[in-house]
Write a protein that binds this ligand. Structure first.
Ligand SMILES: *Cc1c(COP(=O)(O)O)cnc(C)c1O
Length: 449
């Protein structure tokens, strides 16, 4: 329906608009501004060459419904990315359709549901560790499946005995178990092979939440651990930008035997015609092409690393996280001993007598020009502070961050009020989180006043 009256848009000149957005951009913090160690998010550097390639007119000007013979180059990139991800994950086939990790989870669970239905044995329960990311149970619920929580041990890994009990009780109702490995504490699940075997024995499938794939890249593959279906967050592991709800990509891979359930369209290479074409299939759960610009950036990243350097990603990310963990443990409480993978978790300051919380430390970091780590997640500890440096950061950057973390710990002792009232140097001071979430002010007029 056409509107009857003109929209009441603010009327102003171009200069005012430019200043408005430029000023807003100064209030922002991005990975190009400084160290951004947000745990579970893999905020790695977004190389400029990725942006240049995604912006090329030959790609950016394409229409999604263009005939295949007019865009063979783009289809070749699409096809090659499908193949590269399958090789890196140790799985058979990938779909690039889903537009985020959570979207990938939903797609993967729909594939799993379709698989059980095709076997004539619909199953409704999904086992999810209590340490899982909130999107896991949310996706299962949206897919119409029932969430059953698996307990964690004190060290944050899956309680295999509890899992055994659940499988004994629920056996043939279990559609799948969702897991991320390393888990959301950055700990590699030592009994992962046993877990995948147990679930398979009960007839369930294993879903791998690939948000933490960065830790394993080049080291080992989810497919080899026995996972059947997984998603990859291209906007985490493969360096494409994210944050602020920007375009993401959550390709889903499956092991051999599940390809027919993948959403279509998919790009295949027709050996006879020696050309790429777009394929549809009857059992497919259905979708569309996804965010092609994001895929171009991820593919450019894979090619610029190459087969040799891609092997360094996981080990370097792991080295950086362990370096931070060992150097901060005198001031920050380390709840779990031993090696972590790509991220480390502290339970607030060692010295709790000052009353300075993880929230205060996070806010004070902003004063020093660092983005805060992830806080109060995972939920297993009261004062969680989860730091993920990624492989991109130099030792100088990491050392400077460590120095500031020590400085804040010292301030917490000498002047706790200074930390509790932080930030002091940012455009906006300490906000009321609840009010900001419940009554966000997003209009042009209010931000001016
Ligand atoms: C980020 C993340 C997700 C969700 O991915 P989105 O792309 O944000 O939808 C799921 N699981 C874990 C562990 C994550 O870190």
């Amino acid at each position: 329906m056409r509107r009857k009256e003109a929209a009441r848009l603010p009327e102003c000149d171009e200069l005012t608009v430019v200043r408005h957005y430029t000023n807003l951009s100064h209030n922002n913090f991005g990975v190009n501004d400084g160290f951004y160690p947000l745990g579970s998010c893999t905020m790695k550097y977004n190389p400029v060459i990725n942006e240049e390639i995604a912006a090329m007119k030959a790609f950016a000007g394409l229409h999604p419904l263009q005939p295949a013979e007019t865009c063979q180059g783009a289809l070749e990139v699409y096809f090659n990315l499908q193949q590269s991800l399958a090789e890196l994950a140790g799985l058979s086939e990938f779909t690039l359709n889903p537009c985020a990790g959570a979207h990938g989870e939903l797609t993967g669970l729909m594939i799993i549901r379709a698989y059980h239905e095709a076997n004539g044995q619909p199953r409704t329960k999904v086992l999810i560790p209590d340490s899982a990311h909130g999107t896991n149970p949310a996706s299962a619920a949206v897919c119409g499946l029932e969430v059953v929580e698996v307990k964690s041990l004190a060290d944050g890994t899956v309680d295999v005995e509890h899992l055994r009990q659940l499988l004994d009780e629920l056996g043939n109702q279990v559609a799948a178990m969702m897991m991320t490995n390393p888990n959301t504490l950055g700990i590699f699940e030592p009994r992962v092979l046993e877990i995948t075997e147990m679930v398979h024995k009960a007839g369930g499938l294993m879903y791998y939440d690939g948000a933490n794939l960065n830790a394993l890249l080049g080291e080992c593959r989810p497919g080899d651990m026995g996972f059947d279906v997984m998603h990859i967050n291209l906007h985490k592991t493969f360096s494409t930008p994210h944050g602020g709800g920007g375009p993401g990509s959550g390709p889903v891979g499956v092991r051999k035997g599940l390809e027919q359930f993948l959403p279509m369209p998919r790009v295949i290479f027709d050996e006879k015609a020696k050309a790429f074409r777009v394929e549809d299939a009857p059992l497919s759960v259905g979708a569309f092409f996804g965010n092609f610009g994001v895929m171009l950036k991820a593919y450019a990243y894979i090619l610029s690393l190459g087969r040799e350097n891609v092997k360094m990603v996981g080990p370097l990310a792991t080295l950086n996280a362990n370096y931070i963990k060992e150097r901060l443990r005198d001031d920050y409480l380390l709840p779990i001993e031993g090696l972590c993978k790509h991220e480390c978790v502290f339970d607030g300051l060692v010295d709790k007598s000052t009353g300075v919380t993880t929230m205060d430390v996070a806010k004070r970091l902003l004063d020093y020009g660092y983005h805060a780590p992830t806080i109060y997640f995972p939920l297993l500890f009261h004062e969680s502070l989860m730091i993920e440096p990624t492989e991109n950061e130099s030792k100088e950057t990491i050392d400077a961050f460590i120095d500031v973390m020590h400085k804040i710990a010292a301030e917490a002792k000498s002047d706790p009020e200074l930390v509790k009232s932080a930030p002091h140097n940012t455009p906006i001071g300490r906000v009321d989180d609840v009010l900001a979430a419940k009554q966000p002010v997003t209009t042009y007029w209010k931000t001016l006043s």
